[in-house]
Write a protein that binds this ligand. Structure first.
Ligand code: DC
Length: 217
């Protein structure tokens, strides 16, 4: 890949794998436009709940998806694990995925002129949204490690064993839903580079990612 070619990085992985942090670091390092696609699904979930609807109901979820252009994606309420669960439920509805797909592909293929390309993070970027992306990374870690990280983020050193167990169960439920849904399940693309972060800190993960990106340039 020459420097003149726009970069496109597809980054997928389960909840709390460190995807978001890695995406932000890669976006900054390579000067890429970044789309956290989980935020789109979280915003749909938020719209459903705000309207008093059911995230598993197709009509409610589709109506909520149509409101995305006017939804504030920077709302801090989107970050909670309960919104992650709502997102994972609306994300299992094919019509919702269909409605969000064009926006994601447009973002991937039309980075602003002052950017060197785009990076999208999610669950199906390398498999469905951008199957031709030249650079694909699948980041993961065992579920206990991911739960511990999420627990420390939320509670610092003040959390209880029970709160840790709750987060662990929530992440397991989300993994099960995301991996087993019929449409665009969470799955490593065959040609994605696997990074397991169970025993690595973010700096080591970032180094592994840029080594892989350099090997493709
Ligand atoms: O990455 P995240 O935790 O913010 O994602 C929230 C949920 O949204 C996730 O559990 C499943 C869904 N999602 C998806 O199905 N496809 C994507 N590309 C991104 C997120």
């Amino acid at each position: 890949m020459s420097l003149k070619t726009k970069l496109l990085i597809a980054l997928d992985g389960p909840a709390a794998s460190g995807k978001g942090t890695l995406a932000r670091k890669l976006a900054e390092h390579y000067n890429l436009a970044l789309l956290d696609t989980g935020k789109l699904y979280r915003a749909v979930g938020w719209n459903v709940l705000k309207a008093g609807g059911d995230p598993e109901n197709e009509d409610d979820a589709v109506a909520a998806t149509k409101k995305i252009p006017t939804t504030d994606l920077s709302n801090p309420e989107l970050k909670s694990e309960s919104m992650g669960a709502a997102a994972s439920k609306v994300a299992a509805i094919p019509a919702v995925r269909q409605l969000l797909a064009d926006f994601q592909r447009h973002f991937a293929n039309n980075p602003p002129a002052d950017k060197n390309g785009a990076i999208l993070d999610g669950r199906d970027i390398g498999t469905v949204i951008c199957p031709d992306a030249p650079i694909k990374i699948f980041i993961t870690a065992d579920v206990e490690t991911r739960a511990k990280r999420r627990f420390l983020e939320e509670f610092g050193n003040t959390g209880s064993e029970e709160e840790y167990r709750t987060i662990l169960e929530e992440l397991k439920a989300r993994d099960t839903r995301d991996v087993n849904r019929a449409t665009s399940p969470l799955k490593k693309a065959d040609d994605a580079h696997l990074i397991d972060t169970t025993n690595s800190d973010i700096e080591a993960v970032f180094e592994a990612a840029i080594t892989y990106v350099s090997s493709k340039e």
